[in-house]
Design a protein around this ligand. Structure first.
Ligand SMILES: Cc1cc2nc3c(=O)[nH]c(=O)nc-3n(C[C@H](O)[C@H](O)[C@H](O)COP(=O)(O)OP(=O)(O)OC[C@H]3O[C@@H](n4cnc5c(N)ncnc54)[C@H](O)[C@@H]3O)c2cc1C
Length: 400
């Protein structure tokens, strides 16, 4: 151990988001010393709802986090699908007990801040993991003596840390991705999500218990309860050529109401309730680009940020963390080879789900005859069958 109590050769993780925190727990379980750095000084309550499907919950259960998260989670019984044109319900997808029984773990919706806090508490309670907030990872260099140095910047200036590998879990605008030759850059999608939360007692009771998906031409809307059912999360998605790299740009209610002016009155009433609207420009990073270079690999949004239309962004980061740890036992002797094997294993799944999300972006926004055909198929599909279509995604576990 060094003077500050850290191992001289830890694995450094850049980013204490959902992927980085999960990777810290999973890699520590394998016996590695971990230093987890995040450039923000405080992990504040930015963001809104996230969906945690059973594949993600299976990993969190294995890391002992699921019980601590339960009071903040909500398990909707079903996803109701509505027409944003007529206001009629088209169909519903079974969730709740159906999914729990089918896959052994729940389908939860949570506030991102609750998930991040619960993961951070577990990380801070785990000896062998050091968290350094206010510390931005700058690069990774090999020294002439064959050791690796991670350069970082914090309030004291620029510093160095010897390490045995760097994991880039630093999100869609990843700096670590820039260190990989021929890397892909993040691309704006031309779609924007307006997001807000509001106390559940302000919400008409018929929407308060389930998840909802409303479909309209060139736009759609998703809502679900979070924070143990105490708040409703609303995400209104539209095609709009606005670009911004932050998660917390303010949006005003009048703009949201203008964008949704053709929607049913009851939805417009709902959109008029919150006063805390935020705007988020949706981006993606092509998962087929390179993720690894020497002792560096990427995971989560840094490797394959995806449109939220399959609600798998957080789940894929969590899955990545579990699989990365399986490739890095404590006695691993060829780290670059292990990181390449991790990339080879994960890339097909991340690419597949990124593709499904991209297709959903088109299907959700159909108009005219394609929309009629989509709604007819949905109307005649049984709720359990609609849920079973996602068995490949939700039934995943690190052991498979
Ligand atoms: C503030 C914020 C709010 C979000 N809100 C939502 C939401 O409401 N709904 C939703 O579906 N998704 C949201 N997301 C995205 C969602 O968390 C991710 O899509 C998913 O969980 C995958 O997470 P990740 O760990 O790969 O990346 P992220 O969750 O984006 O985490 C990346 C972390 O890396 C840190 N970082 C960046 N660069 C560096 C660096 N050079 N050195 C050290 N640290 C660095 C960032 O500060 C951040 O904490 C949000 C992300 C962020 C950062």
């Amino acid at each position: 151990m060094s003077e500050n109590g850290e191992s001289p050769h830890p694995i450094v993780i850049a980013g204490a988001g959902i992927g980085g925190l999960t990777a810290a727990l999973a890699l520590r379980k394998q016996g590695h010393e971990i230093v987890l750095m995040d450039k923000v000084g405080e992990l504040s309550e930015v963001g809104a709802g996230l969906q945690l499907s059973p594949n993600a919950c299976t990993v969190l259960e294995g890391l002992g986090v699921l019980d601590a998260l339960e009071p903040y989670a909500y398990a909707p019984d079903r996803l109701r699908i509505w027409s944003g044109v007529s206001g009629d319900q088209i169909s519903h997808v079974s969730l709740g007990s159906f999914i729990k029984k089918r896959h052994g773990n729940p389908f939860w919706v949570v506030h991102r801040a609750d998930l991040q806090r619960v993961l951070l508490e577990q990380v801070q309670a785990t000896p062998g993991i050091t968290v350094r907030l206010g510390t931005e990872v700058l690069d990774l260099v090999s020294t002439p003596y064959d050791s690796l140095v991670c350069n970082f910047r914090n309030a004291d200036g620029v510093g160095k840390l010897n390490c045995k590998a760097l994991i880039g879990a630093d999100g869609v605008w990843s700096k670590t991705r820039q260190m990989i030759p021929s890397h892909e850059n993040a691309q704006f999608s031309g779609q924007v999500a307006y997001r807000a939360t509001l106390p559940i007692d302000q919400v008409p009771s018929r929407w308060a218990g389930d998840s909802g998906l409303w479909l309209h031409r060139n736009s759609h809307l998703v809502h679900y309860p979070i924070r143990g059912g105490r708040e409703l999360n609303i995400v209104a998605l539209v095609e709009e050529p606005w670009s911004d790299q932050t998660w917390s740009a303010k949006a005003d209610k009048e703009t949201v109401l203008h964008v949704f002016k053709d929607w049913p009155a009851e939805i417009r009433n709902l959109l008029g309730l919150p006063s805390n609207w935020l705007k988020w420009a949706l981006c993606s990073v092509d998962a087929s680009g390179p993720w690894s270079h020497g002792h560096l690999t990427l995971l989560g949004d840094a490797a394959h940020a995806m449109l939220p239309y399959m609600a798998q962004g957080a789940a894929m980061a969590i899955e990545d963390a579990a699989i990365l740890a399986r490739h890095l036992p404590s006695d691993v002797d060829n780290i670059p080879a292990a990181l390449r094997a991790f990339e080879r294993q994960r890339k097909p799944r991340a690419s597949q789900i990124q593709g499904i999300a991209r297709r959903n972006a088109q299907i959700f926004h159909f108009s005219g005859a394609p929309a009629f055909a989509r709604d007819t198929v949905l109307r005649f599909s049984k709720p359990d069958r609609l849920a079973a279509r996602f068995d490949d995604i939700y039934g995943w576990s690190p052991e498979l």
